[in-house]
Design a protein around this ligand. Structure first.
Ligand code: ZN
Length: 407
């Protein structure tokens, strides 16, 4: 058996993410892996017999990672046509809409498949999908990248706890599980979910600090969220408010924060809470498009970065985001945080996502040994400076044109 052939992909710009951009660069690939990332003349020297595939007027980048989506809500896109008056108002509408259209069935399947396909076409190779139905798990094998389907658990009332714990206990080991949110999920159920994830070596995603009302509920046992849960008949008075702190402190005290926990949204967090996340090496996924649509606030990106956390990026679902595109998420961030270096925003959609999902050894940057999973992004014109290229990547939005490279 001969060695796998070597191919060099060359372009005016290479964006390794792990180090500065390379002008007139190339990426050597062989057997589905990256073997070298260098300036083109150096690569030609190293591999004189390699086939060279040129990508004119393009930038070669790693594929993108969408660290948070709910594919099964794709058919509920009418929800994102008009902004809700409140966060709990949006949940009510979501539940009504899902009752009317069905949580499963052909329409849900078709919309989910369309969304997954569109994600892949737009350069996304990994989807961390959260669902209450089996839809994500059913789609995982046919997705050309990696679809990580998390089965979501929730239930705040004491009376649902035993049944949920039993269900969780009988899940086959390979099933990935997540907790919905501190406002909707019993603390003992959250602890059981985290303990199970730890014992199986799996990551543990949870919506955390999304609406301000969550902090109010955990701290004071009242407010919009409590009223909503009470109306639905799940507030049984057994929850003991803590009298202090926010969501992250609550989760930390429950023993749920470590390097394999992924806090999704992370909007309402104090400096002390970001210190906890940084100290534990916990992961954070920001969803700026969804946050903007639901009006829950803006996550403190600058503070995360200052404390050494590179958040991942997620689109969330079409039920809370009119357009699920990581390119649009980057553009929103770049517009909201003009002082943040665009290379960091691009790193969030690539390296940040890979690290959040424990895939950092395989994906997220262009480095030797990682999977040959590249994008050739078309540049609008000749660029003479690296910064120009990176500004374009993070501001172009969903109209960006690209080709995928896998060998
Ligand atoms: Zn979500």
């Amino acid at each position: 058996m001969g060695a796998a052939p070597i191919r060099i992909h060359s372009a005016p710009w290479v964006v390794p993410v792990s180090r500065p951009m390379i002008a007139d660069g190339g990426v050597g690939v062989s057997g589905g892996k990256i073997i070298a990332v260098e300036a083109l003349p150096r690569l030609r020297q190293l591999y004189p017999h390699a086939e060279i595939v040129d990508h004119p007027a393009s930038a070669l980048t790693p594929a993108l990672i969408n660290a948070h989506i709910h594919l099964e809500l794709s058919h509920l896109l009418e929800l994102s046509e008009s902004r809700p008056a409140s966060f709990t108002g949006w949940i009510s509408r979501l539940l009504q809409c899902r009752d009317r259209l069905g949580a499963t069935g052909e329409q849900a399947q078709h919309a989910a498949a369309q969304t997954a396909e569109q994600q892949y076409r737009s350069g996304v190779s990994v989807l961390a999908d959260i669902g209450n139905t089996a839809l994500g798990r059913e789609m995982a094998d046919s997705f050309p990248g990696r679809l990580l389907p998390f089965k979501e658990y929730l239930g705040m009332a004491e009376r649902t706890l035993e049944k949920n714990l039993q269900r969780l206990g009988s899940e086959p080991e390979e099933v990935l599980c997540s907790g919905h949110a501190p406002y909707s999920t019993h603390p003992r159920l959250l602890q059981a979910l985290k303990a199970r994830a730890t014992s199986h070596g799996q990551i543990f995603p949870i919506h955390a600090a999304e609406p301000a009302a969550e902090g109010e509920m955990l701290r004071e046992g009242r407010g919009e969220m409590v009223d909503f849960i009470r109306e639905r008949g799940f507030w049984d008075g057994t929850f003991v408010p803590r009298g202090r702190g926010g969501t992250v402190e609550y989760l930390y005290d429950l023993g749920l924060i470590d390097e394999h926990t992924l806090c999704i949204h992370g909007v309402h967090v104090s400096g002390e809470e970001i210190d906890i996340l940084a100290g534990e090496g916990a992961k954070v996924c920001l969803c700026p498009g969804s946050n903007q649509f639901l009006g829950v606030g803006t996550a403190p990106l600058r503070q995360y970065l200052d404390r050494g956390i590179l958040p991942a990026l997620g689109t969330d679902s079409l039920a809370s985001n009119p357009e699920v595109s990581l390119w649009r998420e980057m553009a929103l961030l770049a517009a909201n945080f003009m002082d943040v270096d665009p290379t960091i925003v691009f790193a969030m959609a690539t390296r940040g996502g890979a690290e959040a999902l424990s895939l950092g050894d395989l994906l997220g940057t262009l480095d030797s040994g990682k999977e040959a999973d590249l994008l050739a992004v078309q540049l609008p014109g000749p660029a003479t400076e690296a910064l120009q290229v990176c500004r374009y990547l993070v501001s172009a939005g969903p109209a960006i044109r690209l080709a995928r490279i896998n060998e």
